[in-house]
Design a protein around this ligand. Structure first.
Ligand code: ADP
Ligand code: MG
Length: 260
């Protein structure tokens, strides 16, 4: 069998929801291929179908037309090799950091063993939260809660990490710091990342490629390589070609904002 190099592929994907006011087309004719271990940012106006794109990839729902494949096979259900991080950490409020992180094991096998606890310690260390294992979510800052959410997504060592505006509820400084931490994690343990964001600087800092979507029905209007090597820092973002690239993305987005 040929080696499947694409981690994620969308072929002619459409998504229509039945709503009280009739059918609503969220996505239309989406073709997109993401190579293994590529970091792709998806930018687009609110309501253009970004979260829908992510939920289809995660197997949380089925596309109404076209095919979504992960590692060459159509997605039919949630899978262990896909981790998800949402805008809100969505932690269990009564469970400790360690218990939140091992939740996927409890959910899958109904119990947590020593190997799971060792794995949890590993991912908790990777997100910089060693020493906080026994804390409750309410004892943590927003940034720390989001780190727990990332640790939980990494727990089963997924090859694919789907992130839906994961840092947008954080203050600006924490948000920048989390971006750099994510890059370090990704470089230490390469993964295919689909990262949804509203922020052009965030997309440019993090991604290999930026996919830009139109307002609803969401279609891909641009798919561009970020003109920046790695590793990256504040200074690399100030390079003139990077500034020009960010300005180009801004034009694409502004042109496609719905006019009310
Ligand atoms: P984004 O993440 O880009 O803001 P979404 O993917 O969440 O956009 O939603 C795209 C469009 O589909 C929106 O108009 C939203 O209201 C609609 N939508 C999303 N999920 C559902 C659903 N389960 N039922 C009906 N409409 C939905
Ligand atoms: Mg969304």
């Amino acid at each position: 069998m040929a080696l499947v190099k694409d981690a994620i592929s969308f072929n002619g994907v459409g998504q229509t929801f039945a709503t009280e006011s009739g059918p609503l087309t969220a996505l239309d004719g989406v073709d997109l291929t993401i190579a293994q271990h590529q970091f792709v940012a998806v930018l687009g106006p609110s309501g253009c179908g970004k979260s829908t794109l992510l939920r289809l990839t995660a197997g949380l729902m089925a596309a109404t037309s076209g095919t979504v494949s992960v590692h060459g096979l159509p997605v039919t259900a949630p899978r262990d090799d896909v981790g998800i991080v949402f805008q809100q950490a969505t932690l269990l409020p009564w469970a400790t950091v360690a218990d939140n992180v091992t939740f996927p094991a409890r959910h899958k096998r109904g119990r947590v063993d020593d190997k799971d606890r060792a794995r949890a310690a590993e991912v908790i260390a990777a997100v910089g939260l060693s020493g906080f294992e026994k804390r409750l979510p309410s004892e943590l800052s927003g940034g720390m809660q989001q780190r727990v959410g990332i640790a939980r997504a990494l727990f089963l060592n997924p090859d694919i990490l789907l992130m839906d505006e994961p840092f947008s509820a954080l203050d600006a400084l924490t948000r920048d710091a989390m971006g750099y931490e994510l890059l370090k994690l990704w470089q230490a343990s390469p993964k295919t990342v689909m990262f949804i964001t509203h922020s052009i600087p965030e997309a440019v800092l993090l991604a290999d490629r930026v996919v830009v979507m139109s307002a609803r029905p969401g279609r891909i209007i641009a798919d561009l390589e970020v003109p920046l090597g790695r590793p990256r820092d504040e200074a690399s973002l100030r390079a003139p070609e990077v500034q020009d690239f960010a300005a180009h993305l801004r034009e694409l987005l502004i042109a496609k904002e719905p006019v009310l």
